[in-house]
Write a protein that binds this ligand. Structure first.
Ligand code: C2E
Ligand code: MG
Ligand code: MG
Ligand code: MG
Length: 308
């Protein structure tokens, strides 16, 4: 129940709590089996860089207003730069389970370390086989960062799979850094020394300061979806996005906008000089077989037309 206080729990007194506990234990055992038996699967979400005369084109679709084309009339174009790997659990009876439903439990129980290694190995193996040298971004949890030999483990996976280190980007959240600054610094510096790229995920939702941002060796800042989604409704959200883009420019850190869903958001971001974007507008996370055409460059990444 807390420091130096253990509390005896009698299931007869609180059947609801007993049920919740039993459910958790079952989920934990299930997850342990899932990792061992390859029930996990990665979905990949495209990351694109806006620009012209390159690979992707938002196909003008029926009913599209003329001003949804870019100001000078040309189609909106951009280039596919890589994918973020996002884990799902192909549960035998529950179906496809999203990470929000099991990552927190995996983190609490420490299972996330084995799960994280599975994810890294699978992402590196799959990316190593792609027809073009696109980047793959992998999320690492705070618990994984408590392993002081994490960089060596990652390096071993790169060697095993043959993926060049500069094609891997590790995404960490602010929690990783806040937990233990000294350790995070050591681990991130070592990963960087191998040539691996480092991204700060969900920027703006935690408590890290400007000092943290410039002290740590980040290549990328990902602006959290909560700001991007409010761009057009809340002037404050637009101001924050603009400020983060300015910060990225002055610190020479690449900024990626997460959760771009509408053309209005995309146009705002382009106008403000945002280098990279990710979101349903360009594609949802998809199984590896479904991104093969994109990877090979046979199929353009089309910005889906939606009402804003
Ligand atoms: P994240 O790393 O910030 O990943 C982005 C999440 O936003 C993904 O949810 C993605 O599907 C979703 N998303 C992307 N674009 C849009 C959009 O335009 N609109 C909306 N509404 N959502 C969008 P997902 O796949 O459910 O993952 C949720 C979180 O779970 C991730 O957030 C990440 O923190 C964690 N996660 C996922 N895979 C892993 C993993 O392999 N290891 C660890 N430790 N965490 C993971
Ligand atoms: Mg992420
Ligand atoms: Mg994120
Ligand atoms: Mg997030």
């Amino acid at each position: 129940a807390g420091r130096n206080l253990a509390c005896l729990f009698d299931p007869a007194m609180d059947p609801a709590m007993d049920l919740a506990l039993a459910e958790r234990r079952r989920l934990e055992a299930d997850l342990r089996r899932a990792i061992a038996q390859d029930e996990l699967v990665l979905h990949y979400q495209p990351q694109v860089r806006p620009g012209r005369g390159q690979l992707f084109v938002g196909q003008p679709s029926a009913g599209q207003s003329p001003d949804s084309q870019h100001a000078d009339g040309g189609p909106l174009e951009g280039r596919l730069v890589g994918f973020e790997a996002l884990v799902r659990w192909q549960h035998p009876s529950r179906g496809l389970v999203p990470p929000g439903a099991f990552i927190p439990l995996a983190e609490e129980t420490g299972l996330v370390v084995a799960l994280g290694e599975w994810v890294l190995r699978a992402a590196c193996r799959e990316a190593a086989g792609w027809a073009r040298p696109l980047k793959v971004a992998v999320n690492l949890s705070p618990r994984q960062f408590q392993q002081i030999d994490l960089p060596e483990r990652v390096l071993a996976i790169l060697t095993e799979t043959g993926l060049p280190p500069d094609r891997l980007e590790i995404e960490v959240t602010e929690t990783v850094i806040i937990n233990d600054m000294a350790r995070a610094m050591t681990v991130l510096r070592r990963l960087k020394s191998f040539g691996i790229r480092i991204a700060m995920d969900d920027f703006g939702t935690g408590y890290s300061s400007l000092a943290t941002l410039q002290a740590f060796p980040f290549d990328t800042i990902k602006i959290d979806r909560s700001f991007v989604s409010q761009l057009e409704q809340r002037p404050a959200a637009a101001m924050i996005v603009r400020a983060v883009l300015g910060l990225g420019r002055s610190l020479d850190i690449q900024v990626v906008a997460e959760g771009v869903e509408t053309e209005g958001q995309m146009l705002f971001l382009i106008a403000e000089g945002c280098g990279e974007m990710q979101g349903y507008l360009f594609g949802k996370p998809q199984p590896v077989e479904q991104i093969a055409g994109l990877v090979a460059g046979e199929r353009p990444v089309a910005a889906e037309r939606r009402e804003t």
